[in-house]
Ligand binder design. Structure first.
Ligand code: NBG
Length: 756
């Protein structure tokens, strides 16, 4: 416990502090308190290497974990200051994109809480992914200068520097470090690397910059545009920079702890988060070689140390780099990669498992699978698809390497912090134990028949909805009705996640309402469909979908009748902060990806924990949610992953056949280019989206449309029985315990890392 007061950190009375002074005082107090707690130590340490860490704001989370939140809140309140203003004042670090990055952040929280010695390793992006704004109903990207606001930073500069050599230049890195506070336990660290030569002034016109000036641009952005060759090569530079630093740091630290390097696997576990950190494998082999370890032994050491997590079956996300790029950026790794390729080729004929294909492309996932000791998927269905189809030839060779680790979320951020009302209500009934022993949430189940409790649940939700409405009004000036049903789909924008399916439902509902002459069929409750999503800057169709959603929201808002029953909102710059406001307020959680394509999903878990009911396909972790809550407490629809996989194999999908058969679908698709839409939007974008759906629809929106509409009608009907609905939300909350990232991390540790 820090004994010092906020005022003593500020050096003057709290009431006289500016927001900036107060924030900086709070930050220093928190950092000192974390240091006092100390750091998890042990012979063996986890190095979780990841291109993304979507950590969210840290002030309240750290105060909660350190057990200081109440004390600090009270001290501020005494001087007439509201801690919520400070939470608002902090900027959110822009170090991630979506679920993959948020998962990494939840995992670090759980490692720290469970007392596991762990370091996250990544890059300190100056301008993050990008900041999204809407103009002309379209997405615009600008740099997210999250580091710039004069706030003191959670990232402290350390004296650690490494030399990283590329083919044509050599840079000196600097390591920055952030504390990862465990809940009522010690800390771990997040190590982010940067180079001092990076220069934000080279950014011209939104997020464009000269991609060839590597010393100046290396850590400017996460996922720089890779639609041209210079962009792709820059990604290779970034990836090597990340892993070379990680490898050097890890070897140094392990030697300090007593490793002779031959026994590296007793001192370090490396988790390769998706394929971005793959080059850590040849880099470690290279560095071990420099320190006198022979190639064959180095392979064995590295294999025993490294483990790989696959996060997607989408081919486009399984990285594959032309050997030429590697030759340019990391010539020192090329002979090693070739040796690894030969090693594989000598053993196995199968072209699918080769490291270098006949076009001289290097398959990063294949390096991971051959040269690590564990390959895991992130939900039961996903792992099964990897084993049975996507990676089947590998599974045949290495059945013992494959394992499943269903994703999880930290309940400290995703309930204790973001939903104080529910936190208090739940804890008043079952105590506080669930915050670290999540399965204790099941203790709520007997309250299913407790009318009083059910109505308290409803009122917590209602108050969260009001709070969200207020936030949204302030954030972007949109007014929403907190008495309407909040139907939410928030996640990266991607065709496989099928925001377009939701869009088509909204159009159908709009047309239905507009054409009704029987008042009885009017919706009983207004529905507010809320989207939050960023589209990758070069992903044209994803941006067209955003455009269509915003145009549609305007069309509906301008309609005096329909706007009484239906509203569409697209949250600007959706990020962790927005998610923390939105998720506790949601009634319906839309998880409508094409079955087989969503590896897990993690927002589905956050919504469930916060008492929203899932409307989803049997995909990713939805399958496990359905198993846990039972079919009366979830709404599932659509084709199964087996059916989808079979349809892809047959290659006979014809969207036009569905368009011709289903009048409502056809009307919805036609509406995309109706006069009403064209009045709001851009013909090029709307027509392109319509053509894409009609001629390709690669993620098979049309076959699921009818079932989706039918199921959604049922959801809306069932919502009217408020008590039965509250019961469903209660069951969802009670059964969410399985999705605690503490459970996931315990499994990683037991099966893969062996730290404890
Ligand atoms: C994402 C998947 C999600 C999954 C997260 C975390 C990538 C490449 N994958 O389904 O799409 O929940 O990873 O595992 O971002």
């Amino acid at each position: 416990m820090a004994t010092k007061t906020v005022a003593s950190y500020a050096g003057k009375p709290i009431s006289e502090c500016t927001d900036l002074e107060l924030f900086n005082a709070l930050l220093r107090l928190t950092v000192d308190a974390a240091a006092e707690k100390g750091y998890n130590q042990g012979k063996k340490r986890l190095y979780y290497i990841s291109a993304e860490f979507l950590i969210g704001k840290l002030l309240s989370n750290n105060l909660i974990n350190l057990g200081l939140y109440e004390q600090v809140r009270a001290e501020l309140a005494e001087s007439g200051r509201d801690i919520a203003d400070m939470e608002e004042f902090e900027n959110e670090p822009s170090l991630g994109n979506g679920g993959l990055g948020r998962l990494a952040a939840c995992f670090l929280d759980s490692c720290a809480t469970l007392g596991l010695p762990a370091s996250g390793v990544g890059l300190a992006y100056h301008c993050g992914l990008f900041k999204q704004s809407f103009d002309n109903n379209k997405q615009y990207e600008s740099p997210d200068y999250w580091l710039r606001w004069g706030q003191e930073s959670w990232m402290r500069r350390t004296p650690k520097h490494y030399t990283v050599n590329f083919g044509d230049l050599s840079v000196t890195s600097t390591m920055y470090q952030l504390d990862v506070t465990g809940y009522h336990s010690k800390c771990d660290t997040l190590n982010l690397f940067d180079v001092d030569t990076v220069d934000e002034r080279i950014i011209r016109n939104r997020i464009n910059f000269d991609k060839t000036q590597v010393a100046k641009n290396l850590t400017l952005f996460l996922y720089p545009d890779d639609s041209d060759e210079a962009g792709r090569i820059l990604r290779v530079y970034q990836e090597y920079f990340m892993v070379s630093n990680a490898a050097q740091l890890m070897l140094d630290e392990c030697v300090e702890r007593g490793s002779n390097l031959h026994d590296l696997a007793d001192y370090a576990a490396v988790q390769i988060n998706d394929t971005h950190p793959t080059m850590v494998i040849p880099e470690l082999i290279r560095l071990l070689g420099e320190r006198g370890i022979a190639f064959d032994e180095a392979i064995q050491i590295v294999r025993d140390t490294c483990a790989y997590t696959n996060h997607t079956i989408l081919a486009e996300a399984l990285e594959c780099w032309p050997l030429d790029y590697l030759q340019k950026v990391v010539p020192q790794l090329v002979p090693i990669i070739k040796q690894l390729a030969d090693y594989v080729a000598e053993k196995y004929d199968e072209p699918f498992v080769q490291i270098i294909d006949k076009w001289n492309n290097v398959h990063m996932a294949n390096i991971d699978i051959h040269f690590s000791h564990s390959v895991n998927g992130v939900a039961a269905l996903h792992t099964k698809i990897l084993e049975d189809s996507e990676l089947a030839p590998f599974y045949k060779i290495y059945p013992q390497k494959f394992n499943n680790k269903t994703n999880g979320i930290t309940f400290r951020r995703w309930m204790v912090e973001c939903n104080p009302g529910l936190n208090k209500l739940v804890s008043s009934k079952i105590g506080e134990g669930w915050k670290t022993k999540a399965e204790e949430l099941e203790g709520l189940l007997p309250l299913k028949e407790d009318d009083d409790f059910l109505s308290q649940l409803v009122s917590v939700k209602a108050s969260n909805k009001r709070a969200f409405a207020k936030w949204l009004q302030k954030h972007q000036g949109d007014a929403v009705d907190p008495d309407s049903i909040f139907d939410v789909q928030s996640k990266r924008l991607h065709e496989y996640k099928r925001q377009q399916l939701n869009l088509l439902w909204i159009i159908r509902e709009y047309l239905r309402i507009s054409q009704l002459d029987d008042e009885d069929e009017l919706p009983k409750h207004k529905v507010t469909v809320i989207f939050g999503a960023k589209a990758a800057p070069a992903y044209t169709i994803a941006k067209d979908i955003i455009h269509a959603i915003i145009c549609l929201s305007k069309v509906i808002a301008a309609d005096p009748i329909a706007s009484k029953y239906l509203q569409v909102v697209m949250i600007e710059n959706y990020n962790v902060t927005a998610a923390e406001r939105l998720i506790p307020a949601a009634d319906i959680s839309e998880q409508i990806s094409l079955a087989s394509k969503e590896a897990s999903g993690t927002s589905n878990m956050k919504f469930m924990l916060n008492g929203a009911v899932t409307l989803g396909t049997m995909d990713g972790a939805n399958v496990e949610i359905a198993d846990l809550v039972g079919k009366e407490n979830i709404y599932t629809f659509g084709e199964s992953s087996d059916e989808v996989i079979a349809r892809y194999k047959r290659g006979d999908y014809d969207p036009k056949a569905y368009y011709k058969k289903d009048k409502e679908l056809a009307a919805a698709v036609d509406f995309l280019t109706s006069d009403a839409m064209l009045e709001q939007g851009d013909k090029v974008n709307l027509t392109r989206l319509q053509n894409e759906l009609l001629n390709k629809d690669w993620f098979m929106t049309f076959p699921d449309f009818e079932d989706y509409c039918k199921t959604k009608s049922q959801v809306l009907k069932d919502y009217e029985d408020r008590k039965a609905w509250a019961r469903k939300t209660l069951v969802n909350i009670s059964k969410a315990g399985f999705f605690s990232s503490d459970r996931t991390i315990e499994q990683y540790d037991k099966d893969i890392w062996h730290l404890s």
